[in-house]
Design a protein around this ligand. Structure first.
Ligand code: ADP
Length: 176
């Protein structure tokens, strides 16, 4: 089966997919941007599971570049996969950590049996990653990961909020 990579401009919380990826922070206890929107619309069940994960596996928080799944509460999805993007740095190349978010989120999705997965533009909001570079990393990592697991996914959907991000992903998807 061939995995489709698609691009949508809209709200990540309104995507009807198996798994929605959250641009979380390591506390797993909520924040602004995508994180705030997911908890607001998804309801308290997601936060309750995040709290339980903090109490059990991630006492020090979820490390940057890793991913973990919870229920999706009231969202039109089955799971939320929380991943922590790196804060962009002008002095240190953290691209590997950004790539790891996509790879680990997909690994988690595959373990759950999630065949359709929606990603926001991780780290491009509060974490200030330049959108063109983030889009390139996102697309390249997703392509490389699905190439190694060609049976796992039907669709990987990139969901962006604004026109500029949409254009950046269009460019990245057109590159090889
Ligand atoms: P980070 O902390 O990883 O930078 P943010 O949530 O601040 O994450 O932003 C990530 C990207 O998601 C930004 O480009 C932002 O414009 C976009 N964004 C914010 N809210 C939503 C939403 N509800 N749906 C889709 N994209 C969103």
């Amino acid at each position: 089966m061939h995995t489709r990579l698609t691009l949508t401009q809209g709200d990540i919380t309104q995507q009807t997919v198996d798994a929605v990826v959250n641009a979380a922070n390591s506390s797993l206890l909520g924040g602004g941007g995508v994180d705030g929107a997911i908890h607001r619309r998804g309801g308290p069940e997601i936060l309750a599971e995040c709290r339980a994960l903090r109490a059990s596996r991630y006492g020090r928080g979820l490390p940057t570049g890793q991913a973990v799944a919870t229920t999706a509460g009231r969202l039109p999805a089955r799971w939320v996969i929380h991943t922590v993007g790196p804060v962009h740095s002008a002095t240190e190349d953290r691209s590997d950590l950004l790539a790891s978010c996509y790879a680990q989120a997909l690994r988690t999705a595959a373990e759950l049996g999630a065949r359709t997965v929606a990603f926001p533009a991780i780290s491009t909001g509060v974490y200030r990653w330049p959108i063109a570079d983030a889009a390139r990393t996102a697309v390249a990592t997703v392509r490389a990961t699905v190439a190694t697991t060609p049976e796992a996914f039907d669709e990987i959907r990139f969901v962006v909020f604004d026109d500029r991000s949409h254009a950046a992903y269009q460019t990245a998807l057109a590159e090889h």
